[in-house]
Structures are given as structure tokens and as C-alpha cells.
Design a protein around this ligand. Structure first.
Ligand code: SF4
Length: 356
């Protein structure tokens, strides 16, 4: 018998309820439950039962090491994976739409206006033989009834707003004439010009210097607060996540293993992997620290994917995958969710573990 399952007392007195979008209140804009993605030629699942929710106008950061499944999740949300990929989910809904039931025409209407992705690989996602100004202007025209001249002017403004130096001049350039960071900014300008309900920004600051990164995050926040756009920020950088989002989801081996308000998760992680990440980034109270998350050993075929690296692993962990459950009786929990059979053993950062 597991220490907790369904609704009931957990070890150590904390209670957790069954998996869910969490929180009560209005239905989230994005609801993902049990998302699984198998990629052709890959051993195991790239996304292995991911649960996630984002409310309208909310900023949520998903942190995880390279290979944890963040980018594959983004592509799955917009149904942009190769046809050979196998995607299943218990629930994949955006603003009342069941994304898995839509045909390609339906998804084409959703992309851009409802959900837009600013890809990490901007150079690969942009059209190579069209100027960047034209590509941003086309996005402007999808949302605004203006002429081409006005759209081009708006495109230059959009490029300047994401911090592209010399935007007026650069608007006439082709993607191959820009740096990786420049292409990322163009991708972001295109995504923002589409005015989506939900923007998925995949490592939007990875190729930028601190000043450029701050400019991009300010721009995202302006759209999130000013227009009520929800933002799903995918990053390996805990400093970026802490500085931008109010809520955090920690991803490991294709699953969310812990989620909750950033301040609460940082103050007292409940998953051993989260605790390890935070221990690797000791200056979270000061200037942002770009903590590089190292990939873990390949997950075992059964049980918890973190068992091979976890100091608390036991036979139960190696036999059964822990579901993502919500903490109920922790006053500071505020919607905390944890996927760990022994979450009660994790002590606050800097403290000592107990009960183990
Ligand atoms: S379920 Fe077990 S192996 Fe997995 S993180 Fe929790 S204690 Fe560690």
C-alpha cells in the first residue's frame, strides 16, 4: 500500500488529493493532463504523463534541464510535432477547445491567435528568403486591419520593443544576417504581434546578454499584465524563472514533478529534484543566477524516473511512478503539487531532512 493515494493522509501528516488542474476557481486557459509523446526512433517517451495548467493572464515558468521534454511539450501543445510522433493525453484543452480533436484546419485557426510559440531556434523557424521586417509585418496583418505600409512600420516598432538594435535597418535583413539572439528576438516579435491568448516562450533569453534578457522579459511582462496574455516560459535558468513568473513547474524526464508559487517552492521544495536544483543556485535572493541544470542518468524502466539519483529512493519508488498530487493541509502550499512518494522527507533549503 503506498503511503498516500487518491484523497487521504500522506506520510508525515500532509494530505494530498488526486491529480487535477488544481486551484478551484475558474477553469484554466490551458489544461494539460497525462500528456505523452513518443518520438520516432527514440527509446522511451519524450513526455511521459505531463500535467500542467495555466490561467488566463498568468505567467508560469517551466524549469528543467536540457532533454527534460520542455520543447517537445511546446510543440505538442501547438500540434507541431512530426506526423510520426505519437501524442496522447487525458486532457489537452485551450480555452474550452479540445486540441486533440481538432483537424489540421482547426489547429491552423488556433495557432497564432490562441496559442503562439516563440521557438528557441529562431533561425530555423524563420523563412530564410524573406526579410525579417516582412515576416513580422505579416503577423501584424493577421491581427490588424491596416495596409502593408502601416504593417511594416508596426513591425519595426515590434522589433525595437523586443530590443533588436537598429530595428529600422535590421528589418530589411534576412535571418541568416542576424545572430542567434537576434533571430530569437524576431521570433518573439512575430509571436507578440499575433496577440495570442497564450504565448509559449522557449528559452527566450538563452542567447541574450543580461541587458537584452531583461528587455525581453520586460516586454513579455508588459503584454502579460497589459493585455492579459498568459505566458508559459520554458527555461533552464532558475534566475529567469524567479524573476518573471509567479508560479513554477519543475520538469524532469518528461513530467512535472513539482509545481506551485515560485516563492513557496523556492522556500521549501517538496521534491528531491527541486531541492537539488535550488542547492545548485545558492544566490536566488540576489541577482539572478543562471543555474545550469545537468542532465540526469537515463530513467529506469519502472517507477520514479528520479530514483537512480535520489537519496530517498526505496523499493516503492522503484516499482511505481508517483502521481502529481496537490498538498492540501500546508498553509503555505497555495496550490502546491508534488510527484514524490516521500515528499514529507524533504527539508527546507539549508535545513536537515527528517523522518528518513
Ligand atoms: S518518489 Fe522516491 S525516488 Fe522519486 S523523488 Fe520521491 S523519494 Fe525520490
Amino acid at each position: 500500500m503506498p503511503p498516500f493515494s487518491g484523497t487521504g493522509p500522506a506520510r508525515g501528516g500532509r494530505r494530498l488529493n488526486a491529480r487535477g488542474a488544481g486551484g478551484g476557481g475558474p477553469a484554466p486557459l490551458l489544461q494539460v493532463a497525462g500528456l505523452r509523446v513518443g518520438l520516432p526512433g527514440a527509446a522511451g517517451l519524450a513526455v511521459a504523463g505531463l500535467d500542467l495548467h495555466v490561467a488566463a493572464g498568468e505567467a508560469v515558468a517551466v524549469v528543467g534541464a536540457s532533454g527534460s521534454g520542455k520543447s517537445t511539450t511546446a510543440l505538442a501543445l501547438a500540434r507541431l510535432l512530426p506526423a510520426a510522433a505519437v501524442v496522447t493525453a487525458d486532457r489537452l484543452r485551450l480555452g474550452g477547445l479540445d486540441l486533440l480533436s481538432l483537424d489540421e484546419r482547426g489547429m491552423a485557426a488556433v495557432r497564432g491567435r490562441r496559442i503562439a510559440i516563440a521557438f528557441q531556434d529562431g533561425a530555423g523557424a524563420l523563412h530564410p528568403t524573406r526579410t525579417i521586417g516582412d515576416q513580422v509585418a505579416e503577423a501584424v496583418l493577421r491581427r490588424r486591419a491596416v495596409g502593408w505600409r502601416a504593417a511594416r512600420a508596426a513591425a519595426v516598432e515590434a522589433l525595437a520593443a523586443v530590443g533588436l538594435p537598429g530595428a529600422g535597418e535590421r528589418a530589411r535583413a534576412y535571418p541568416h544576417e542576424l545572430s542567434g539572439g537576434g533571430c530569437q528576438r524576431v521570433m518573439l516579435a512575430i509571436a507578440l504581434a499575433l496577440q495570442p491568448d497564450l504565448l509559449v516562450a522557449d528559452e527566450p533569453t538563452a542567447s541574450l546578454d543580461p541587458t537584452g534578457a531583461a528587455r525581453v522579459l520586460d516586454r513579455l511582462e508588459a503584454e502579460q499584465v497589459g493585455r492579459g496574455m498568459a505566458v508559459l516560459l520554458l527555461t533552464h535558468d532558475l534566475g529567469v524563472a524567479a524573476g518573471f513568473a509567479r508560479r513554477l513547474a519543475v520538469m524532469h524526464a518528461g513530467r512535472v514533478v513539482e509545481a506551485g508559487p515560485v516563492a513557496a517552492v523556492f522556500a521549501q521544495p517538496r521534491h528531491p529534484y527541486t531541492a537539488r536544483l535550488l542547492a545548485a543556485a545558492p544566490r536566488l535572493q540576489g541577482p539572478p543566477v543562471p543555474a545550469v541544470l545537468e542532465p540526469d542518468p537515463p530513467p529506469p524502466p519502472h517507477g520514479c524516473a528520479y530514483a537512480a539519483a535520489c537519496p530517498f529512493a526505496d523499493a516503492h519508488c522503484q516499482a511505481e511512478v508517483p502521481p502529481l498530487l496537490r498538498l492540501l493541509e500546508d498553509a503555505a502550499a497555495d496550490g502546491r503539487q508534488v510527484a514524490c512518494w516521500h515528499q514529507d522527507r524533504i527539508a527546507p533549503v539549508g535545513g536537515t531532512r527528517h523522518g528518513g
